[in-house]
Design a protein around this ligand. Structure first.
Ligand SMILES: [Zn+2]
Length: 60
């Protein structure tokens, strides 16, 4: 069995939830640039390229 983990490429636009502290899927709300986390339903979503999200939020 081969379990493939999806790793976004650096130039891909991703959504990052500050509450979940991870890259998540998000729903766009209305016509503004407001997004809601599909995991925890918070709106503390930031988005950008995976590279920039990694650099800003995923320090380990
Ligand atoms: Zn979340």
């Amino acid at each position: 069995m081969n379990t493939e983990v999806e790793v976004p490429v650096d130039s891909e636009i991703v959504f990052y939830c500050k509450k979940c502290s991870e890259v998540v899927e998000a729903d766009r709300i209305g016509q503004k640039y407001v997004y809601k986390c599909k995991t925890c339903s918070s709106k503390e979503i930031v988005f950008g390229t995976y590279r920039s999200i990694k650099g800003c939020f995923m320090k380990r």
